[in-house]
Design a protein around this ligand. Structure first.
Ligand SMILES: [Zn+2]
Length: 265
């Protein structure tokens, strides 16, 4: 986090993850996991001043492992309960979105596929009820995939502009807007492609501090470094920065990122 700050980073979204090395099989384990994420956010802020927004949900892929351990029906119940729990954190303003939610990005058995769809449907309903966005983990999507995702959200009563497709690897044509909001992997070429697109869209690294997989993801400092690159050059630079970092947050989350002591560096 010190490196993020040193690179010019001021705010980030932190998605929860499994910290214990085994798939949760009880709600208590999810509660512990969510508490860890919220603690990390507070500790990071206290130590560095970086504002960290927790994003909480049972990871959709957990469903596969949990089903193996306790059966599909119990695994569905657990995921639903953990989504309700995460929704409670949003209500209490201890988290800002449900995520990652979605479906396995690899082929699974038909019953697990059905289970994933049921659980994702519940995530959309909880998000609608507590009034927050969902951050979606899914396979890579083409235009039809974005449209289908938007339709699925609307069916659950959630507007598509509250659905963030995380780890988007290709530019989504804003004119073909399905309403679903891409969060682009901050590769240099992709950032260049989307830099002038109207809001909402985000940049992300999907950073995971895993010593066993060095270099598996973009470094945590990538987004502030890309922002610096975007801020250089012509008179439209300010507008280019405003879209992903302020306007998109306002449009999707409904509030403006808070800045301590006036303007961000
Ligand atoms: Zn993911």
């Amino acid at each position: 986090m010190e490196r993020f700050r040193a690179a010019g980073g001021t705010h980030l979204f932190l998605a929860t993850q499994n910290y214990e090395g085994s798939v949760p099989t009880t709600l208590e384990q999810y509660r512990r996991q969510f508490e860890t994420t919220v603690d990390l956010a507070h500790q990071s802020h206290a130590a560095t001043g970086v504002v960290v927004y927790p994003v909480l949900a049972p990871y959709p892929i957990d469903l596969v492992g949990t089903s193996g351990a306790i059966g599909v029906a119990a695994a569905i119940d657990l995921q639903r309960a953990a989504l309700d729990l995460a929704g409670g954190y949003v209500r209490e303003r201890r988290a800002v979105a449900l995520g990652e939610v979605g479906r396995p990005h690899f082929p699974v058995s038909p019953d697990l596929q059905a289970a994933g769809t049921e659980v994702f449907g519940h995530a959309l309903v909880v998000a609608r009820e507590v009034g927050c966005p969902v951050v979606v983990h899914s396979a890579d999507l083409d235009a039809d995939g974005y449209a289908a995702l938007g339709a699925e959200a609307r069916k659950a009563g959630l507007t598509a502009d509250r659905v963030v497709k995380h780890y988007s690897r290709h530019r989504v044509d804003p004119s073909g807007a399905t309403g679903v909001v891409p969060s682009y992997l901050a590769r240099r070429e992709l950032v260049r492609d989307v830099a002038s697109d109207p809001a909402p869209w985000f940049l992300e690294t999907d950073f995971l501090d895993d010593p066993a997989r060095p270099g598996a993801v973009l470094d945590l400092t990538t987004v502030p470094r890309r922002a610096r690159a975007l801020s250089e050059g012509d008179a439209t630079a300010g507008e280019r920065l405003w879209n992903p970092f302020v306007r998109s947050v306002e449009r999707v989350y409904g509030w403006r990122p808070e800045v301590e002591g006036g303007t961000a560096p």
